[in-house]
Design a protein around this ligand. Structure first.
Ligand SMILES: Nc1ncnc2c1ncn2[C@@H]1O[C@H](COP(=O)(O)OP(=O)(O)O)[C@@H](O)[C@H]1O
Ligand SMILES: [Mg+2]
Length: 225
C-alpha cells in the first residue's frame, strides 16, 4: 500500500532555530494520524511542510507520489485547493465574508460556479449542524462555531487529506470535544486522511496512530487502539 503523504528526511530552520532536523513519516489514505509533542517541538512546522505551505530546506515531501519540491507555487496552491483541507487554531475565516461565503471560498477560488459552490457550502454547514449560521458574519460566532465553519470549509472541496493544527486548542473542553468529534466523523465519513496536530493526549487517543515529535525529530510512534 502506498502512502498518500510522505515526508522523507525533511529539515527546516528559522534563523538560528532548527525546527525540523530530519523527519520522515507516512500518512496512509484514510488514516487519522495524530502528531503530538510539547510546545515548540516542531509540530506546526511539520504540518505546514506536509501541506506544502512551507518548503523544507532538505529532504522531500511527496503527495500521492509527486515530490512537492518539484512544483511551483501556483501548482502547489492548486494541488492544495483541490486535494487538501486545512484547519488552524483560530478558524482564520475571512472577516468580510459571511459564513456560507467562507465555506464556499475554496470552490470559488477553484473557479466553480457560484450557485453550485454555495449549495455545496450549505450542505456541509447542514451536515455539521451549522446551517443557521450561514448568513452570519465570522465576528458573530463563538470559538466553537468558528471552528465548525473552518471544518466545513476544509471539507467542501472533497479533499483526500485534512491537515488540522490544534483545531480545538483555543476552545473550552465541551466545545473542543464537539468540534473534534465532528471533525473526526466528517473526515471518516468522506474517507479522507487526517493529520491532526495536538498536545492533548486525549485528543490524540482518538486518532488511529500517533507520532510524537520532540526537538524537531520523531521521538516515538505507536498504533492506538
Ligand atoms: N516563523 C518562524 N520564525 C522563527 N521561528 C519559528 C517560526 N516558526 C516556528 N519557529 C520556531 O521553530 C520551533 C518549532 O516551532 P513550531 O513548529 O511552531 O512548534 P509547535 O507547533 O510544536 O509548538 C520553535 O522553536 C519556534 O520558535
Ligand atoms: Mg504549533
Amino acid at each position: 500500500m502506498s502512502a498518500l503523504v510522505q515526508a522523507h528526511a525533511i529539515r527546516k530552520s528559522f534563523r538560528h532555530t532548527e525546527a525540523l532536523r530530519g523527519v520522515s513519516l507516512e500518512v496512509a489514505p484514510g488514516e487519522a494520524l495524530a502528531i503530538t509533542g510539547p510546545s515548540g517541538s516542531g509540530k506546526s512546522t511539520l504540518l505546514l511542510c506536509l501541506a506544502g505551505i512551507l518548503r523544507p530546506e532538505a529532504g522531500e515531501v511527496y503527495y500521492d507520489g509527486t515530490p512537492l519540491g518539484g512544483l511551483g507555487d501556483t501548482e502547489r496552491t492548486r494541488l492544495r485547493r483541490r486535494e487538501m483541507g486545512v484547519v488552524l487554531q483560530f478558524g482564520q475565516l475571512v472577516p468580510e465574508l459571511t459564513v456560507v461565503q467562507n465555506v464556499a471560498l475554496p470552490l470559488l477560488l477553484d473557479k466553480h460556479e457560484r450557485p453550485s459552490a454555495h449549495r455545496a457550502a450549505l450542505a456541509w454547514l447542514e451536515r455539521l449542524g451549522g446551517l443557521e449560521l450561514a448568513d452570519a458574519s465570522p465576528a458573530e460566532l463563538s470559538g466553537g462555531q468558528a471552528q465548525r465553519v473552518a471544518v466545513a470549509r476544509a471539507l467542501v472541496a472533497g479533499p483526500r487529506v485534512i491537515f488540522a493544527d490544534e483545531p480545538t486548542g483555543a476552545l473550552d473542553t465541551v466545545a473542543g470535544e464537539q468540534v473534534l468529534g465532528q471533525l473526526l466523523e466528517a473526515v471518516r465519513g468522506t474517507g479522507a486522511a487526517l493529520v491532526l496536530v495536538t498536545h492533548d493526549n486525549r485528543v490524540a487517543a482518538r486518532a488511529d496512530r500517533e507520532v510524537a515529535v520532540l526537538d524537531g525529530v520523531i521521538a516515538g510512534t505507536g498504533v492506538l487502539s
